[in-house]
Design a protein around this ligand. Sequence first.
Ligand SMILES: Nc1nc2c(ncn2[C@@H]2O[C@H](COP(=O)(O)OP(=O)(O)O)[C@@H](O)[C@H]2O)c(=O)[nH]1
Ligand SMILES: [Mg+2]
Length: 444
Amino acid sequence: MSGEATERFRAVVNQSVAEFKAAGRRDLIQDVAAETKRPPAGRPVVLIAGETRRGKSSLVNALLRHPGLSPAGPDLATSAYLLFTHGAQASATLGIAAGTDVERRPIPLDEIGEWATTEGNPGNVRRVLAVEVAVDALILKHVTIVDTPGHGGLESAEGSIGVPMARQADAVVFVLDAGSPVSDPELAFLRSVSARVDAVIVVVTKTDDYPGWARIVDDDRDLLRRYAPELANVPVLAVSARVAEKALARQPGPVTDRLWQESGVDELHRLLKQRVAGRASLLRACNILVTARDGLRTVNGLAALGVAAARGEPTVKTAIEAERTRLRQYGSRWNQRVNAGIGKVKLTHSEALGRGLGELQRKYTGVIEKSKRQEHEAIADRLVTDINELAAALSRQAGLALAGLVADGKLDVPVAATFPLADVRAAFRQLEQGHTRGKIVLAP
Ligand SMILES: Nc1nc2c(ncn2[C@@H]2O[C@H](COP(=O)(O)OP(=O)(O)O)[C@@H](O)[C@H]2O)c(=O)[nH]1
Ligand SMILES: [Mg+2]
């Protein structure tokens, strides 16, 4: 980021932190602080997350083109983090808990399973925290890949290490399988990940095993749209590590190429290169903003009345009508009070809109600067989604402000102008001029 962009970025983050302070939410301040304090990145870190036995380790092996490197199988469960980095010479190094220290010890590559699976190391009696594996795989020239343990489901205490760990990641590949649609705990996990990580890719694996995989992929997309709207636009890729293994076992040639294509693993490779590789600092900046945005949503979304108003619930509408009638009886005093009320709504609204647009602008300036021409269309699509999201968050906030005014007995908000979403910048300009008589409405 340029110096000026860095300054503006800091200002946005500081502003958010100030809001959290005002709301007495030390936890949210800590969340953002944790993001900003991470050491500078070299290659972006991609976390492979998901329920146990979904096929994470097999997918990692397919991506690395190194069958069996990350222990995988029907009776195996990964029990430690496996960090795959690039190295011309293959090597594996254990990280073992020794009191408060971490002892590092090299091991042969074929002993990883003895240390990093529930079978080789039941109950983790060997106190393995992680294994760092260096191999000469093409994908590792672009990103560092972390295969994650998980052996009690995402809901369990062990499974939940996935969420804090996700904070160490620049991007997350979330693995589902084609046997059944995304489950509630998986959706909940994805939602909490998306509150920290901007770059999320969903992968539906084992397509070779389930002839009905295409319907499951459609269902997954649909469920994400409905229950995790913030993830409505994440890429959902269908893959098969098994088909990739078949391709790996063959000599190069047209059939092998077709198998790679069919496996979907090449597509995942391409997506990681396009969206993640070479963007460590940009992804980190985005993740800080995502964390701040999530905090702002938490702070702004707590009041139940606000939620009811945003949903247009009849009781709230009736309250607004009654208030309007009451206020009409006030004559000139009514005008004063209404204007004060409008000022209040306008203030909250313009600050939030300004902040939100500023964030988006910064984010996308960075993204567009570093992207290739053919990616621009896809980026534009994402921008529109994000603006929609911002507008939805703002209408919720406006609902809150309105509800507050109803409670204060100060409500009547004439609408000065309605802008279609595409004119969001015009709306913003009018707000900036500050001469508006009524509330600015963004029509989604
Ligand atoms: N048919 C098929 N089986 C797979 C595929 N990927 C993984 N599996 C199997 O699913 C089981 C769990 O895989 P693993 O990679 O260990 O899952 P993890 O626990 O998420 O790391 C193993 O028996 C794998 O052989 C795939 O693409 N196709
Ligand atoms: Mg595994």
